[in-house]
Write a protein that binds this ligand. Structure first.
Ligand SMILES: Nc1ncnc2c1ncn2[C@@H]1O[C@H](COP(=O)(O)OP(=O)(O)OP(=O)(O)O)[C@@H](O)[C@H]1O
Length: 702
């Protein structure tokens, strides 16, 4: 007898009050212990088309809907009495005749009308004109639709679907069918999950069924599913996610995908799987910043539970935290890291001593940061030979001859103060562990991998052994905001052939994702030729179109954003679910003023803290990895985004491209933090990126 919970049950559970949830949990635990226990009261749902639906009493008002057959027991739904009955009367659980996956199917004749989502109409024409839209899928056959998992009852509706009805229709269909239709609507070819030996796979084991039914193996697993109904990602994975989680790779591997496709979720499940399968594993889970590392740690605890010996075998730290800890372990004292100001000061002094005036301080700093220090160059020859991939600017042999002594001197000045730069801290850890067979970790799982620099990647390759499944990266090339591109392969981390892309966006509505995707090229390639294709990405839910507002001046914008905050709260969004982002510290005052004008107080994000509980404000860099129900990306004026200061100081054309790319990526990161509601605003003349955001374009800048 299999005992499963359905995603529809978890979603319904979180709508109940805490007290009601508690009672539901007790009932479900009793059921799992013994579904045939005498005290449990079941009533068949007579009006349901499916004779196996039963209701079960939780208290006077709350009913659990279960689906019982000889071999299975499914907890499907929970709600107040009438709502629970209506849900069950309108559904059937069946095995799809073509795909073989178990599905919860809405009974077509009971869905009296499919409400068509209408965008807000600004102006009503005097005589309304009814535009009859053509069907979206002319010529598609029933056979093809069935291969995507469209239930037989719904074939006719799908064939009649138009651009206006498709989103609402999709909400009535099983997810695999909905995603396939949205793919088809955007011209992409739906991917059908590969099932090995389909005849031996039970309907509940089918990858498409596992996204909505999960067998609960033990009480611990059930407890976690009931304790964290908001965290459906812990229980139900998309087939493409599940595949990457379970696949064995012969070397370093990477999962990519646009923002919100569940890369972090995959990284967490993979980490948990490794720890379960290898009782001796010592795993490093690492990411860009401390708040993100803290968030990963919290999520890993939810996923694995506290008491099974897994947590002590994991180290969760930001990239620099790993280097700091391993440096201390290797050398017996803490490293002292030089600040940016100290480094710039050393470069200035060294250039002054050498009377070198032909390079701007900004150029020298960038050359130091991205080339000399990043690659830990230790000789003029190494400087002459280093690949200058990120910096397409040519720097002649003579210029390097002149610059090199300045860099050598700058390093001496830094070290004379007992300081090390971060790349040298990474470098020393790398050198210490590179040749050893005993590594501090057996496996490393790395999130936000698009922002790994040369020193970080080298260290990661040195602190875990090579071989199958030891290094796993998650990242989105379109969200690279800190590092210049470089070849991973040249550093011995070759992921070619082991790169997978996720396509289903769980975070962001169709409307916001579509607009944000227009900011980026559809296909991006890294230096080693690994491609990330954003085409064919679909979202799992619908929402209002993002708003663009351009104001005459900052005062009007502040008032406009304040009104937007008030409206969001009036619409039921709690302040803690609202985030405001600006390009840099210089515009934070505008965000603060907007929150104040709306009558709230804000919490400010920082590099060490992601406080929660009130409206959050921060720079776009700090938006990385976060999500809110409603987001305003404000103060996007023409000279702010892309940031004029950066543009003015570029050394050449290629650096200008790099600035434009990373500024665009930043805007993309900020916009994709929004789940349901997004406002982007600025003062006239507004950011040039607004044009791409609002106008559909078939652009491929790859
Ligand atoms: N299988 C799933 N079921 C339910 N929710 C999911 C699933 N996978 C991901 N999510 C949710 O989607 C959101 C985005 O997931 P996640 O943060 O892993 O995406 P990401 O690709 O790492 O995003 P980003 O690139 O913006 O950091 C989260 O709220 C996560 O809980």
């Amino acid at each position: 007898m299999i005992f499963c919970i359905a995603d529809s049950f978890q979603t319904a559970l979180r709508r109940l009050s805490a007290q009601e949830q508690k009672m539901v949990k007790e009932t479900v635990f009793d059921l799992q212990m013994n579904p045939a226990a005498p005290g449990l009261q079941f009533h068949r749902i007579d009006k349901s088309k499916d004779p196996n639906f039963w209701s079960m009493r939780v208290n006077r008002d709350i009913r659990l809907i279960v689906h019982k057959t000889e071999g299975s027991f499914l907890i499907c739904y929970v709600a107040h009495h009438d709502d629970a009955y209506t849900w069950a009367e309108r559904r059937r659980i069946e095995t799809h005749p073509t795909t073989g996956a178990a599905q919860i199917v809405e009974v077509r004749e009971r869905v009296h009308e499919i409400v068509v989502h209408k965008p807000v109409e600004v102006e009503q024409p005097a005589t309304p004109i009814r535009v009859v839209l053509p069907p979206l899928f002319p010529g598609i056959t029933d056979e093809e639709l069935l291969t995507y998992g469209v239930p037989v009852d719904w074939l006719a509706d799908v064939k009649a679907a138009t651009e206006d009805t498709i989103f609402d229709l999709a909400e009535h269909l099983p997810r695999e069918a909905a995603e396939a239709l949205l793919d088809l609507a955007t011209g992409a070819k739906p991917q059908i999950p590969a099932v090995t030996a389909p005849e031996t796979v039970s309907p509940f084991e089918h990858p498409d069924a596992q996204r909505r039914f999960r067998v609960m193996e033990d009480v611990e697993e059930l407890k976690r599913a009931l304790d964290f109904p908001w965290d459906q990602w812990t229980v139900f994975l998309h087939p493409s996610q599940l595949q990457v989680v379970e696949q064995s790779f012969s070397g370093p591997a990477r999962v990519s995908g646009s923002a919100g496709t569940g890369k972090t979720v995959v990284a967490l499940h993979r980490a948990a799987n490794i720890l379960r399968q290898h009782p001796q594993a010592r795993l490093l889970l690492t990411t860009f910043s401390l708040p993100l590392a803290n968030a990963l740690e919290g999520k890993l605890r939810i996923l694995t539970g506290e008491n099974n010996g897994i947590v002590p075998r994991v180290t969760v730290l930001p990239f620099r935290g790993v280097a700091h800890e391993l440096f201390t372990l290797a050398f017996g004292h803490h490293p002292r890291a030089a600040t940016e100001d100290q480094i710039r000061g050393a470069l200035r002094t060294a250039a002054g001593e050498a009377s070198l005036t032909s390079f701007t301080p900004r150029f020298m700093a960038s050359e130091w940061l991205n080339v000399v220090d990043a690659w830990q160059l230790d000789s003029l020859q190494a400087y002459q030979d280093v690949p200058r991939l990120g910096r397409k600017n040519r720097l002649g042999v003579k210029q390097r001859d002149k610059l090199w002594p300045v860099f050598v001197r700058a390093r001496q000045l830094i070290e004379a103060q007992g300081l090390l730069t971060w790349p040298s801290i990474f470098g020393k850890v790398t050198a210490h562990f590179a040749g050893r067979s005993d590594k501090p970790f057996t496996h490393a799982v790395i999130d936000e991998a698009q922002d790994l620099g040369v020193p970080e990647l080298r260290m990661l390759a040195a602190i875990a052994p090579g071989g199958p499944d030891t290094l796993f990266f998650a990242g989105d090339l379109g969200q690279r905001i800190f590092q210049e591109p470089f070849s991973w392969k040249a550093l011995g981390v070759d992921i070619r052939g082991r790169s997978r892309t996720l396509k289903v966006n769980y975070r962001t509505s169709h409307q916001i994702r579509q607009a944000a995707d227009r900011l980026l090229p559809k296909i991006v390639q890294d230096v080693d030729g690994n491609e990330q294709d954003r085409r064919g990405t679909v979202s799992v839910f619908n929402g209002p179109d993002p708003e663009i507002q351009i104001f005459a001046d900052a005062a009007h914008e502040i008032q406009g954003v304040a009104d937007w905050i008030k409206q969001s709260v009036a619409d039921g969004i709690v302040p803690a679910e609202i985030g405001l982002f600006v390009r840099s510290n210089g515009q934070l005052a505008r965000a603060r003023a907007a929150v104040k004008a709306a009558g709230y107080t804000q919490l400010e994000l920082s590099e060490r803290l992601q406080p929660q509980g009130r409206i959050a404000i921060g720079t776009m860099h700090l938006a990385k990895g976060l999500e809110y129900k409603a987001v305003a990306v404000m103060a996007c004026d023409d000279d702010v985004l892309p940031l004029q200061e950066r543009i003015e100081t570029v050394a050449d054309e290629s650096e200008l491209d790099e600035v434009h790319d990373t500024e665009r990526n930043l805007f993309y990161v900020a916009c994709t933090r929004a789940r349901d509601r997004l406002l982007v605003s600025g003062v006239q003349p507004a950011s040039e990126f607004f044009a791409d955001f609002s106008a559909p374009q078939d652009r491929n800048r790859g």
